[in-house]
Design a protein around this ligand. Sequence first.
Ligand code: KG4
Ligand code: ZN
Length: 330
Amino acid sequence: MLTLGIETSCDETACAVLDGSDKIRSNVISSSLFRHRPFGGVVPEIASRHCLEQIDFVFQEALSQGRIKPGDLDLVAVTQGPGLIGSLLVGIVFAKTFSYQMGIPLVGVNHLEAHLVANFIGSRKPSRFIGLLVSGGHTGLYLCEKGGCALLGETVDDAVGEAYDKTAKMMGLGYPGGPIMDRLAAEGNSKKYSFTKPKQKNRFAFSFSGIKTAVLYRIRDRKRVTQAFRRDMAASFQRAVVSWLVDKALDAARAKQAKHIVVGGGVSANSELRRVLNSEAAKHGIRVWFPTFELTMDNAAMIARRGVDLYKQGKRDTLTLTGDPNFKVT
Ligand code: KG4
Ligand code: ZN
């Protein structure tokens, strides 16, 4: 079975062709990041216009790289949400039109669930696992079993990727700040600054806005933001947020007696998160899953993979399918 995946939830326009549930025939991504950089964050109107300009080219490219003709495709999977409504609608309208024109089934996919299943392209999915979602817009812990995921806790304010981006912006670093801070952190002293771990009523919930404010005050206290300060702050910030993520993920795994932790979302590319979670989980006999680097960022191969799962479970969408900016993980 050949599945066309389409992803346009934010600033990327992506199309992929998945052969069965494991073989990526093509995975094409056009990012509008360079257009948002001057603004220090994603501008929704610019993002959706970019999707509209790029979708046809990206689709053609995905077919050509996969050596596929439109008539070879058996299924269309498209991101239904969460995301920016303008961007979402571009992919959805394209997917509906293509499915109608070719007479093939259409399945709407949750972008966050797709980030988790990116781990299972080429691997057998464990029957029960803790899902740790760490992206630019969402941060949460889930207990996933029998084809569904139950929310254990999520952030009460900023997502972890957002905290990285905002902190980087305050320090005068570029956008997106996550990868820049990650690189800088490797050269800094992570013990230079310490941050209070936020307390939540729900032990599996997160909060990342306090640390952002703490960094802001440190910057205000200084005459000049030097490169040495940036390095030490990036390292200290990273040590703190990673330890909070790791502690809660392991706590959830132990509480729910899960033997696997599956990580998804843009922040799953973070080097310290990978290092610390792998080593801490190993002490408790827990296996940690991280997607390959190219699948950590927004892509359509993961959308196709989730679409195949849903299709096998009997899900079919119709031409009434529309974008859901707040689409919940189920
Ligand atoms: O999942 P994603 O591509 O977009 C959403 O669906 O939200 O995640 C993007 C986020 C950005 O906030 C970016 O700064 C962060 O992922 N990110 C990282 C790293 N690479 C990307 N954060 C920390 N360390 C990284 N290496
Ligand atoms: Zn994403």
